[in-house]
Design a protein around this ligand. Structure first.
Ligand code: ATP
Length: 321
């Protein structure tokens, strides 16, 4: 057994994501819909600190901490425990790693369609692998990530990527440079992803859905990083369901487009609304315009794509298992 030394700790920074395209197909036998989505990791980050401890625990600090569970349901804690369970078989660790205390600095809006919980799970996998010195590659963590949730594999890698299947079969999209986004985030209740899919099912009852598909226009626009072409190609099949549950989002979309956004959509299951702009100056103008005009919400200026979960600080020697 290794004595617990709380000075051993690793901090991982992980971004949130938005969906530039979300094409929803028929429901599969396992209950998930067949999806094709284009994810982009954007520059709003959580930090997850992993520290050797006597007991498993998780706590959150920061702007959205009050919406994060400190129970076994927390996805970061589930990720750390899952990796501990698999460490011996995956990495040949001599003993099962002991508990960790996780601290999540929560800056990614919660229940906002930005995959914040999945991001923290990806960060916990990367942080624990480093703390426990498992010597595994990011790709080795992918199957565990997929077990934890459909968005987790993408957040291990970040960038811009196409997700298919449940969204967890990832392939990178080649692109150069970056684009600017303004995000409108609700200050009220978020939307639960299952509720949005249930509303999607209700709106499509009796219809036969086509297989989901990727728009060639979007892929070509991303290759060129042309904001107008990307703006025109943005698409989210879940948007009508999100608007049906939150009709106020239409006003947000209209306000941003009136104020000159090059494109707009509800991100993922919402209720975050993403506006594409052409430059940092346009981002500043749009965010000030939205703030002046309402509707009330938090407004973030971000860029994408950015990299996925990455160790930013590693203190003390690593644990030898
Ligand atoms: P999706 O991945 O479907 O886009 P989302 O971004 O809409 O999800 P999250 O921010 O991941 O939503 O939060 C969804 C729910 O997950 C929250 O209501 C919360 O109860 C739970 N949750 C579990 N662990 C975490 C975590 N580490 N951070 C935030 N939420 C968490």
């Amino acid at each position: 057994m290794t004595a617990v030394d709380p000075a051993l700790r690793v901090t991982v920074r992980v971004p949130g994501k938005i969906n530039l395209e979300l094409s929803v197909g028929p429901r599969r036998e396992d209950g998930y819909h067949e999806l094709v989505t284009v994810f982009q990791a954007v520059s709003v980050y959580d930090r997850v600190m992993v520290q050797a401890a006597d007991e498993w625990s998780v706590r959150a600090v920061g702007p959205y901490a009050d919406r994060v569970p400190d129970t076994e349901d927390n996805l970061a804690l589930r990720a750390a425990r899952l990796l501990a369970d698999r460490a011996v078989e995956m990495a040949g660790a001599g003993t099962r790693p002991g508990p960790v205390a996780l601290t999540v600095e929560k800056k990614i809006p919660v229940a906002a369609g930005m995959a914040g919980g999945s991001a923290d799970a990806a960060a916990a996998l990367v942080g624990c692998a480093e703390l426990w010195d498992l010597g595994v590659l990011r790709d080795d963590l992918e199957p565990l990530a997929a077990e934890l949730g459909a968005d987790v594999p993408f957040l291990l890698h970040g960038g811009t990527a196409v997700g298919s299947g449940r969204g967890d079969d990832i392939s990178p999209v080649l692109s150069r440079g970056e684009v600017h986004w303004v995000l409108w985030v609700t200050t009220g209740d978020g939307l639960a992803t299952p509720a949005v899919f249930a509303e999607f099912d209700r709106l499509h009852e009796g219809q036969e859905l086509d297989l989901p598909s990727l728009s060639p226009q979007l892929v070509s626009a991303l290759r060129r990083m042309d904001p107008d072409a990307i703006g025109t190609a943005l698409r989210n099949d879940l948007q009508p369901a999100a608007l049906s549950l939150r009709p106020d989002l239409q006003e947000v979309l209209d306000a941003g487009l009136d104020l000159g956004a090059r494109g707009a959509l509800v991100s993922g299951s919402g209720p975050t609304v993403a506006f594409l702009v052409g430059s940092q100056a346009e981002a500043l103008d749009l965010s000030m315009g939205l703030a002046a005009r309402g509707p009330a919400g938090d407004i973030l200026r971000v860029t994408g794509p950015v990299g996925g979960a990455a160790v930013v600080d590693s203190r003390g020697a690593r644990l030898r298992l």
